[in-house]
Write a protein that binds this ligand. Structure first.
Ligand code: SAM
Length: 256
């Protein structure tokens, strides 16, 4: 795992966010900079900052106009009801009768949150401290949503650390362990995921230990392991029990 945190700073644009920014910078051991003082000679490539939308990851180009947060809203085309119907490839791969899932590669939490909205009981593992801070912020925003509060839903539980070390010590055996490690760049790119995933790759690099992760998942899962990857990737565990997928990505299912 390559971590380019030496190229990253916490940026504060509003004095109201100063205390939270100081605490984040201390927690991640990153420099804290005032946005007004940044210019083209500033040495950082990535920034983390609090914005109205939540904790946001920027690259130098997106600092003034955009950035990326953990998106807690349903994906385009997803039904806004709870639980959302289990009808896409993700639901087919994890299994409609599955109840408990550990997402061992949480990242931007988009798969974890889609599974949560479908009514699965989800726990997440992430080892990047930067991604953990972004996911925690997303979960805090999710906890404020009426549809979550009114139903008193149990939010995904977030565990910090390397899943290879954490999976053998789970308190309860999950029905399914879900893996979406970083593969080398695809030959075909999906416009919808390109920005968030390419930034993640820039920060973290490829997950070179995915084979060990798969083996730890097979040991720890109760019923199945699902691996998401590009359609042209070698299956992580040899011939899967079944696969679901589209032109760009594939879910390989390994039944125990
Ligand atoms: C491709 S991203 C996952 C994207 C995610 N499925 C989503 O929907 O946003 C891979 C993430 O898994 C994390 N990861 C990879 N291997 C891990 C491991 N062994 N333990 C914990 N986290 C891991 C990486 O840090 C990265 O954030």
């Amino acid at each position: 795992m390559t971590v380019v945190t030496e190229l990253m700073a916490v940026v504060c644009a509003d004095p109201a966010d100063l205390a939270a920014s100081q605490s984040l910078a201390a927690r991640l051991a990153l420099p804290l900079v005032n946005q007004e003082n940044l210019d083209k000679t500033s040495p950082w490539i990535f920034y983390l900052g609090y914005r109205q939308a939540g904790l946001t990851l920027f690259d130098a180009d997106s600092l003034k106009k955009g950035g990326l947060t953990v998106d807690i809203d349903p994906r385009p085309g997803e039904q806004h009801s709870y639980p959302a119907p289990k009808k896409d490839f993700l639901a087919q791969a994890v299994g409609k009768k599955t109840q408990t899932i550990v997402d061992a590669t949480c990242g931007w939490a988009q798969d974890s949150l889609a599974l949560f909205r479908m009514g699965y009981q989800v726990s997440c593992i992430e080892r990047s401290p930067v991604m953990l801070a972004l996911i925690e912020d997303g979960l805090q925003r999710l906890a404020q949503k009426d549809w979550v509060q009114n139903r008193q839903l149990q939010l995904p539980r977030l565990m910090s650390g390397n899943a290879i070390e954490l999976l053998p010590h789970l308190a309860e055996t999950p029905d399914c362990i879900y893996l979406d490690p970083m593969f080398p760049p695809k030959r075909k790119k999906s416009a919808a995921t390109r920005k968030s995933m390419s930034v993640l790759r820039d920060i973290l690099g490829d997950d070179l230990d995915k084979q060990q992760l798969f083996e730890a998942a097979m040991q720890a899962a109760g019923k199945r392991v699902v691996v998401k990857g590009p359609d042209d990737a070698e299956p992580l565990g040899g011939q899967p029990s079944m696969s679901f997928g589209s032109k760009l990505l594939r879910y390989d299912v390994y039944l125990k």
